[in-house]
Ligand binder design. Structure first.
Ligand SMILES: Cc1cc2nc3c(=O)[nH]c(=O)nc-3n(C[C@H](O)[C@H](O)[C@H](O)COP(=O)(O)OP(=O)(O)OC[C@H]3O[C@@H](n4cnc5c(N)ncnc54)[C@H](O)[C@@H]3O)c2cc1C
Length: 378
């Protein structure tokens, strides 16, 4: 470990990025403490499935010494992908080859458990909601938590996601609404209860769009399927229609009206899901979001570069975490390490964010989106 002293490193956020960073640091003999607002590892449903790509997310898991375990838990068959038009005609169907591992799927909860299980006991302090970071740019910094406690450290790593509190210590920039909103719903026991939807989605995912609206349905572990109904709409479209998010039947009726031209097979994704609906308006940071370097605070993952959900978010969070941890392991001094990390991470995320700027619209485009076909044979 080249770091000449033992800096006190605090990571805020036990998401995929924060946990990967802690794991790789520990593999290099560098201690870090992770603080998360969740009361415990299983107090919140972690949501759906993710694909980890060979050219970013898997690189980080290899550095974490967890790639083999990941392949044991992952579902390579989840790489199956269908793209349909609104009439239900299949435009593109990718069935993975045996042994194809370009972007196998894993449920978020399983990924979190894999990472948590690899950390030294006591690394994660649950029930710690960060409210503010104070102290001079050159450090030390003090983390303040909602229960009135605080802790001092030499480096704060903000891995606290889209609405990062750590980010406020570096910049006033906040995410903006992209104009695209996801309405999420689930199908349970799909083999027995929803065989037609199971057939439509296969072992992976099915997407359809007509230029104004889209649908994206994805198989998860445990015989569940998650669907997103994707619309260009004001962020408050549910209340603007005089409804509340829990008005499942009335939201369903409104959706059926909006998707009235769509094929009955696809409209099943609206009529047959097990509800309730969860509204997920999509926000993003401006492309090229950056900040004035500080030797005592940095950001990774969504906290650094929130982008539309086109299948790269977790992968980038893992790659950032890997780059930052390796920089801390290889440089003599935290400041040099943070600079080296930011010199790599910021241009990479800017380049991608510029490519994805406005790409939230790809989610409702009739063109085959790049993210559907990248790395796959058609
Ligand atoms: C609808 C939707 C679908 C998506 N689908 C995909 C997909 O299929 N593939 C993909 O790669 N990406 C997807 N993404 C993006 C992906 O979820 C994120 O990019 C990824 O989770 C970022 O990881 P992270 O570790 O940076 O942050 P997060 O996963 O957001 O983790 C942040 C952690 O910080 C904690 N935290 C937050 N605030 C505080 C606080 N104040 N104090 C303490 N702890 C705090 C949280 O509890 C959480 O554990 C999707 C996003 C959305 C919105």
């Amino acid at each position: 470990m080249p770091l000449s002293s033992s800096p006190r490193i605090a990571i805020v956020g036990a998401g995929p990025g924060g946990l990967t960073c802690a794991r790789i640091l520990q593999r290099h003999g560098i201690a870090a403490t992770v603080y998360d607002r969740d009361a415990g590892p299983h107090t919140r449903n972690q949501g759906g499935t993710l694909d980890l790509h060979a050219d970013n997310g898997q690189i980080a898991l290899r550095e974490a010494g967890l790639l083999e375990e990941f392949f044991e838990l992952a579902r390579p068959e989840g790489q199956e992908m269908r793209q349909l038009n609104a009439s239900g005609a299949v435009l593109f169907h990718h069935v993975p080859e045996p042994g194809e591992q370009f972007k196998p799927e894993i449920d978020r909860g399983r990924l979190r458990d894999l990472l948590l299980g690899s950390l030294k006991p006591g690394t994660v302090r649950w029930g710690h909601t960060l409210t503010a970071v104070t102290g001079p740019s050159e450090g030390p910094r003090r983390l303040h938590f909602s229960d009135g406690t605080s802790v001092e450290c030499d480096l704060v790593i903000g891995a606290d996601g889209a609405w990062s509190r750590v980010r406020r210590a570096l910049t006033d920039t906040a995410p903006r609404y992209t104009g695209i909103t996801f309405l999420e719903a689930w199908f349970h026991d799909v083999t027995a209860r929803h065989p037609e939807v199971a057939d439509l989605v296969g072992q992976g995912s099915a997407a359809a769009a007509d230029g104004r609206r889209g649908m994206f349905a994805q198989r998860n572990g445990g015989d569940h399927i998650r669907v997103y109904l994707i619309q260009r709409a004001p962020a408050d479209w549910i209340t603007a229609a005089g409804l509340a998010p829990e008005d499942t039947d009335r939201i369903r009726a409104l959706l059926l009206e909006r998707y009235r031209d769509w094929s009955p097979r696809l409209r099943q994704l609206i009529t047959d899901n097990d509800g309730p609906y969860h509204d997920r308006p999509i926000f993003a940071l401006p492309a090229g979001h950056t900040w004035q370097h500080s030797p005592s605070v940095t950001l990774l993952g969504d906290a650094a570069h929130l982008m539309p959900p086109l299948g790269v978010g977790v992968n980038l969070a893992l790659l950032d975490a890997c780059d930052l941890a390796l920089a801390l392991a290889r440089h003599d001094g935290v400041d040099k390490a943070v600079r080296a990390y930011e010199d790599t991470m910021l241009p990479r995320s800017t380049e991608l964010a510029l490519r994805l700027d406005g790409a939230a619209d790809d989610l409702i485009s009739t063109d085959l989106p790049d993210f559907a076909t990248s790395g796959q044979q058609s």
